[in-house]
Design a protein around this ligand. Sequence first.
Ligand code: GLC
Length: 622
Amino acid sequence: MDRNDWAQEFRERYERHGDELKWLYMELYHGNEQAYSYFVEMLCRAYAARSETLCALDRERLEQPDWYKGRGLVGMQMYVSAFAGTLAGARKKLDYVADCGVNYLHLMPLLESPAGRSDGGYAVSDFRTVQPELGTMDDLAALADDCHKRGIAVCLDFVMNHTSEDHEWARRARAGEREYQDRYFFYDNWDVPRQFEKTVPQVFPTTAPGNFSWCAEAGKVVMTTFYPYQWDLNYSNPVVFNDMTENMLYLCNRGVDIIRLDATPYIWKELGTSCRNLPQVHTLVRMMRMVCEIVCPGTLLLGEIVMEPSKVVPYFGTVEKPECHLLYNVTTMASTWHTVATRDVRLLKDQLAKVFALPREYTFLNYLRCHDDIGWGLDYPFLENFGAAEVAHKKFLNDYFTGRWIGSPARGELYNDDARLGDARLCGTTASLCGLETARHEKRRGKIDEALRRDVMLHAYMFTLSGIPVLYSGDEIAQENDYTYHDDPLKADDSRWLHRGDMDWDAAARRGDPESVEGRLFGALRRLETLRAAHRVFDASADTWLLDTGSDHVLGVGRFARGEMLLAYFNFGDAPCELRPNEDSALTDLLSGETYEPRTALTLPAGGFLWLGRDYGGEEDA
Ligand code: GLC
């Protein structure tokens, strides 16, 4: 393509990033000019193929680059199959999504993926085709379009670390085509794989041990970090990066607003390392960010970095050279459940202090649970100060949340119980982990109230944090664990299906009934969302700090933005707690509207929370 034919807009954007992009590309791919010019032409093609409607949305968002940082966004993630059967079905249920106050919809993997070897859709066999049971690419584009008309942004996974063994590249590699074997990591024998195994940890130690699999047809060993049917792509081959970037842009051009970069830390492998978070991963992500800014600048990159805190934040990049727009607040999530089990807020305070110290430009997705297990990636050196040793503490948490711990109302199941390391993770819906399932089963009214209170408090706490709160579909109506997966041979091995059950529409129909459990939770969450959207103090630009509550059971968070202050308290303990906010002026309970004079003693019930606000008078939204 002749450079002169490029659209002016594309050219300007390319010129802004071209030097850095080329520099990084050449460095990674040893000066491969040919590969780079193919890459740039591909970007140009993708730009040319972008619809005028999406280009207009890009321009609109460029005018308001902080569009996703506002306090008005509420996310929800869901499997389309579990929510509505098909993409067309999901279009019909958008009223419900809107009713939930949701304007960010994460549709779990929906591209073609072999039944029974799909890892919940995370083994993609064709990046350009939707799973036939769910519909077509056109249905996806139509759903995205409907969402946009309602002001809902759409997030989709881009599973870039691996393909399914059924992907065309994998089939051709298996048939012996060298060019395609070079897109993966193939070895003639186990010598190199064995060396890798010395330094690379395992992702699925029980369900899929080891990082390599024998490919009988090719007579070779292939790298499979996740399941044996998920073949790791070799990003040191520029063809892989070029073609996968093209696949990503194809999804962006179908109207996807947020690309979730699945398993980001794993995309570069190097012998003798852990094959996690290597510097080249950051180069690749930075290049992808620039690609989006050139081709589809309205698109956001969400990194899935389920790692210890020090490894997560670098994926934001720097203010001058950003990488991901959004990251999961994973350590905070795990620390929250630790706090639920221990009733002790000290670890959570320490974790939040670290988050509060980060630049406000960094936007986190806050969540209580997602489609995956909860891994106990906590700050163990900190916990050791209190005598909690890692293995024993993980055992306690797992015992607590599986209900084995005496007195625990929680119901969950273990995930990848690695007896060798004592390292099991945990599955369960928010309601079941909060004890609602047990309480309803036992039909104990007081226990139901208690569990609901805890569930609402956890959501209120999530809504208190800066960033985008994301609910898992069904959690808004207190959906419980789904044990039917045990009877499905295609799912029985993977306990994550416990918390990915089908949407219970009968239960959802009760959401307007203030007497029902569904209605009580749904109503409470809607109220919180509305307050969050209405109050400037929830802006991401807010100052945030921890309050001294005088109790290790009670978390206190302060916020101040644009003339508004919030003092938020969350009682994780088992007993009511008396609070006396140390303020000179009156505070108003945002939920009840009641105003308290300075130093009034307030009682916070076990599992209760308070949002106390004070308006010093600041500018309203423009
Ligand atoms: C991510 C997904 C998880 C999947 C894995 C492999 O971690 O969240 O569900 O198993 O990637 O693709």
